[in-house]
Design a protein around this ligand. Structure first.
Ligand code: GTP
Length: 601
């Protein structure tokens, strides 16, 4: 298709504002999917996505849409709709998808108004010079307030409230008009058809049968089947086995030209060889310069993952190897823990990413896993100025420390004005720093904070929701590091450190952690033949202590004079029980106790 007849756009929205539902309706109205084959959220292919109702991986679909020109003759346009992930963990993928488009439909729920991710996505779209089309969705809802929010939206993007389209992805009202508006307002792609090929990778997914399927947007030149292509960041070359468009299933084509969006198959088996953000060129006639903006996804949150049954360790290793084929952001290293045995230290983009990976491991590979409390990455500068990069709290260095740096985020919170006090109070307890505050309308504020990432990754969002009765929304992005007063708290059983429970905490919160953890372990660890102290310590300074009192656990005591077979049975039973015991110092602890202590909050 000639570039003049192409329109590349994406739909951006706050979570649950109806992006997938609208995309479904567009597929149906353009005839790409017929009503009978339609299933909700057609584009969210992974089961997990459909169940959770969230979009994790972007997809691109080509839809035909004819619009009359001035003379009245129908022009056959091709619209490429690029679906973007909606969650903060996947901001990098969102920004690459946006870079593949010329326009963005900014979708806002007509019963909710603008939310934090509406803003975050709008800013990303503007940074990418996209034509933004503001649209109110769900106008069929009785609670919809289209007039009020059309004003809010027009004020945000500029323009007249009367120009804000009002649609319902559910009933289809206004969607045809929206498709016409996309043709009218989104600029046609421009590029140099005669230049060496340059295409940007905005997604790559692993398919069991076909290997890696790479989604690209051609900027200059063209890509053709059987050519050798090169990845500009790694210089690796591959033969192009198949090239095509998705509509809505893959359809091979003779090639892709300027402005076109489609997929490539090279037989590569690992998504890391086909990285989001990288530029594809022709290996015989390579482009001189890559398209800008490639960066490796950086893990922000780490957690130890251990099989509950130690003999599952090889299964876990294979499972991680397999998941990695489809998830370039996943990385892991083997790790051993005294309390939990053999496992892995795994890096994630954020908490949602962690949850998804864990759920997939458990579901697709039938594993029972325990994960240690997630932590962020700390940089510790020693007195002699050497630096230690800490991804596991138990590896926090001893000795003379000059300073400890932790990652911070720029957070945007949107909420009704009545909750300003509650939000300030919460952010204060989370060591937040107010950067600014604006009223979006009389009763809605935008508050900007910098906050330590470590304070956000636990229960921040839940607390924000509960303190604002669900009305606040949150978005955040990493913005560097800050020096903070951080210490390592160790948990000791009879003087021996229990590695899985070490935590890095702010000085003011270390005591609370110590008290909580020692109390919990006291309840969970069975009494031994001797007294066992449980201590929380910072270095050599004990900050909390509990004691498990001794019992006389002589299993043979009650059998004096009894028959010998009963004695043997008891001894065997005791041996059986010992198998799953972990010995810390002289203390025998059932592994279940550690697992319970880690999972109950
Ligand atoms: P993510 O993919 O997670 O970002 O969510 P989304 O923006 O794709 O939202 P989705 O399409 O999953 O819709 C969220 C909820 O709103 C679902 O329960 C939909 O049924 C409902 N919904 C979507 N569009 C409409 C609409 O036009 N009217 C009504 N009444 N409900 C809608």
């Amino acid at each position: 298709t000639a570039p003049e007849l192409l329109r590349n756009f994406c739909i951006i929205a706050h979570i649950d504002h109806g992006k997938s539902t609208l995309a479904d309706r567009m597929l149906q109205l353009t005839g790409v999917v017929d009503a009978r084959a339609m299933r909700a959220q057609y584009l969210d292919r992974m089961d997990i996505e459909r169940e959770r109702g969230i979009t994790i991986k972007s997809q691109a679909v080509r839809m035909p849409w004819a619009v009359p020109d001035e003379t009245g003759s129908l022009q056959p346009y091709a619209l490429n709709m690029i679906d973007t992930p909606g969650h903060v963990d996947f901001t990098y993928e969102v920004s690459r998808s946006l870079a593949a488009c010329e326009g963005a439909v900014l979708l806002v729920d007509a019963a909710q108004g603008i939310e934090a991710q509406t803003l975050a996505n709008l800013y990303l779209a503007l940074e990418n010079d996209l034509q933004v089309i503001p649209v109110l969705n769900k106008i069929d809802l009785p609670a919809a307030q289209p007039e009020k929010y059309a004003d809010e939206l027009a004020r945000l993007v500029g323009g007249d409230p009367a120009d804000v389209l009002k649609v319902s992805g559910k009933t289809g009202v206004g969607v045809e008009e929206l498709l016409d508006r996309i043709v009218e307002l989104v600029p046609a792609p421009v590029g140099d058809a005669d230049a060496p090929a340059r295409a940007m990778i905005f997604d790559s997914v692993y398919d069991t049968y076909r290997g890696v399927v790479t989604y690209v947007r051609v900027v200059d030149g063209n890509l053709n089947p059987r050519e050798r292509i090169a990845m500009m960041s790694t210089k690796a070359t591959h033969e192009l086995l198949e090239i095509g468009v998705i509509s809505p299933e893959p359809v091979p084509t003779k090639g892709l030209g300027v402005g076109e969006v489609g997929y490539l198959i090279t037989g590569v088996k690992d998504v890391r060889q086909s990285k989001v953000g990288d530029t594809v060129t022709n290996s015989a006639k390579p482009a001189a310069e890559a398209l800008g903006g490639y960066s490796d996804p950086k893990p922000m949150v780490f957690s130890g993952l251990y099989p509950i049954d130690g003999s599952d360790y090889p299964v876990l290793r294979d499972a991680l190897d397999k998941l990695k084929l489809n998830d370039a952001a996943l990385n892991y290293e083997p790790e051993t823990s005294v309390a939990l045995g053999f496992g892995f230290r795994v890096g994630f983009l954020g908490l949602l990413h962690l949850e998804i990976v864990r759920e997939r491991l458990e579901r697709e590979f039938d594993l029972d896993l325990i994960s240690t409390a997630p932590n962020v990455v700390y940089d510790v500068v020693m007195e002699d100025r050497t630096e230690v990069h800490v991804t596991n709290p138990s590896e926090f260095p001893g000795g003379k420390i000059r300073e400890v740096r932790e990652p911070i985020v720029k957070a945007t919170i949107l909420a009704p004005a009545e909750f300003i006090g509650a939000i300030m109070e919460l952010c204060q307890t989370k060591r937040g720093d107010l950067q600014g505050m604006d009223y979006l309308s009389e009763d809605r504020v935008e508050m900007r904070y910098t906050l330590p990432l470590a304070e956000i990754v636990f229960d921040f969002f839940d607390q924000l929701k509960s303190r604002t009765r669900g009305y606040a929304s949150l978005d955040y992005e990493p913005t560097g590091e800050q020096v903070a007063d951080l210490v390592k708290v160790d948990i000791l059983l009879q003087g021996e450190q229990v590695d899985a429970f070490s935590a890095i905490a702010h000085k003011d919160k270390a005591y609370a952690y110590g008290v909580m953890m020692t109390a919990k372990l006291k309840d969970l660890i069975p009494r031994q033949q001797f007294e066992v102290p449980i201590q929380a310590a910072i270095g050599s300074r004990v900050i909390a202590r509990e004691t498990i009192r001794a019992i006389r656990k002589d299993v043979l005591a009650k059998c004096y004079g009894g028959d010998i077979s009963r004695k043997r049975k008891l001894l065997e039973k005791q041996k059986e029980g010992k198998k799953r015991m972990k010995t810390i110092g002289r203390v025998d602890v059932p592994q279940e106790a550690f697992i319970a202590a880690l999972s109950s909050d």
